[in-house]
Design a protein around this ligand. Structure first.
Ligand code: HEM
Length: 232
C-alpha cells in the first residue's frame, strides 16, 4: 500500500507510508493505550475501595441516572460529574504514564539552569500533580476539589495525566469513556471485599513500576459480591 503524506504542507517533506509504518502505528496505539488504561482502572477501584463514602456516592449517582433498572452505559458518563471527578482525582494521584519527554527547541533558562537546544528533557507529570504550590493537600484523595470554581485555572494547567500540547495523548477521550464505563459497571453491579480471601481492611496503595508505567506495587485483589444484576 502506498500513501504519500505531505508533512506540514512542505513539498520537500513528502515520504511514502508503507505497511511497516502502519503496523508500527497500530503497535503504538496498543502499547500506549492498553496498560495505561488498565492501570488507571485498577487505581480507581483501589481508591474507591479505600474510600467507601466515595464508592457510595458514585453508586448513588449511577442509580439516579439509570433509575436503578439497567446497566450503566457510555452515554451516561456525561451525567455523572462525581464519577468523572473520581477518575480525575485518581489519575492526578496515580498517573499511569508519570513521565514524558521533549526535545528542547531553543536555548532557554529554567529555574536558573541553562538548557541548550536539542537537550532531551524529562517532564515529571507525577510531581506536577502533587505539587503543594498547585494543589491543596496534594497527597489526599479528594474528588470534590474538581468542583471548586476558584481553583479551576490553577488546576486545569497542572492537571496533566495525558501530557499536553500537540504531542499530548491522542487517546484521552477514548480512555476516559471506557475507564469511566468499566469502573461504573463494577461499582453498580458488585460490592467488593478486599484481598484474596475478602478479609482485608485496606488496599495497599504503594506504587511500583512496570516498565514506564506507574502500577500498583501489589496488584489489586478483591472478591466481587453481587449487588445488582442488570440481566434478570
Ligand atoms: C488512562 C489512559 C491513558 C493515559 C494516562 C495516557 C497518558 C499518556 C501520556 C502522558 C502521553 C505523553 C503525552 C505528552 O508527552 O504530552 C501519552 C501519549 C500517547 N498516548 Fe496515551 N494515555 C492513555 C491512554 C491512551 C489510549 C487509550 C491510546 C490509544 C488508543 C493512547 C495513545 C497514545 C499515543 C499514540 C501517544 C503518543 C503521542 C505522541 O507521541 O504524539 N493513550 N499518553
Amino acid at each position: 500500500m502506498d500513501i504519500l503524506l505531505d508533512v506540514h504542507h512542505d513539498p520537500h517533506a513528502e515520504f511514502k507510508i508503507t505497511r511497516t509504518h502502519i503496523k508500527a502505528f497500530f503497535l503504538d496505539l496498543f502499547i500506549a493505550g492498553t496498560n495505561t488504561s488498565a492501570e488507571g482502572t485498577q487505581w480507581a477501584m483501589a481508591e474507591l475501595l479505600n474510600n467507601p463514602e466515595a464508592f457510595e456516592k458514585v453508586r448513588k449517582e449511577i442509580e439516579l441516572v439509570t433509575e436503578n433498572g439497567r446497566l450503566v452505559e457510555e452515554s451516561d458518563v456525561g451525567k455523572m460529574p462525581y464519577l468523572r471527578a473520581v477518575m480525575k482525582e485518581t489519575l492526578r494521584l496515580h498517573p499511569p504514564a508519570p513521565v514524558t519527554t521533549r526535545e528542547c527547541r531553543q536555548q532557554c533558562k529554567i529555574n536558573g539552569f541553562d538548557v541548550a537546544p536539542k537537550t532531551a528533557v524529562a517532564i515529571n507529570l507525577y510531581a506536577i500533580m502533587r505539587d503543594p504550590d498547585s494543589w491543596d493537600n496534594p497527597n489526599e484523595f479528594v474528588p470534590e476539589r474538581f468542583f471548586l470554581q476558584e481553583e479551576d485555572e490553577r488546576m486545569k494547567l497542572n492537571f496533566v495525566p495525558f501530557g499536553g500540547g500537540r504531542r499530548g495523548c491522542p487517546g484521552t477521550e477514548l480512555a476516559f469513556i471506557f475507564i469511566h464505563t468499566a469502573v461504573a459497571a463494577m461499582v453498580q453491579c458488585f460490592d467488593w471485599k478486599i484481598g484474596e480471601d475478602g478479609k482485608g481492611k485496606k488496599v495497599n496503595m504503594q506504587s511500583g513500576s512496570s516498565g514506564l508505567s506507574l502500577s500498583m506495587a501489589q496488584p489489586l485483589l478483591c472478591v466481587p459480591v453481587l449487588h445488582f444484576n442488570p440481566y434478570v
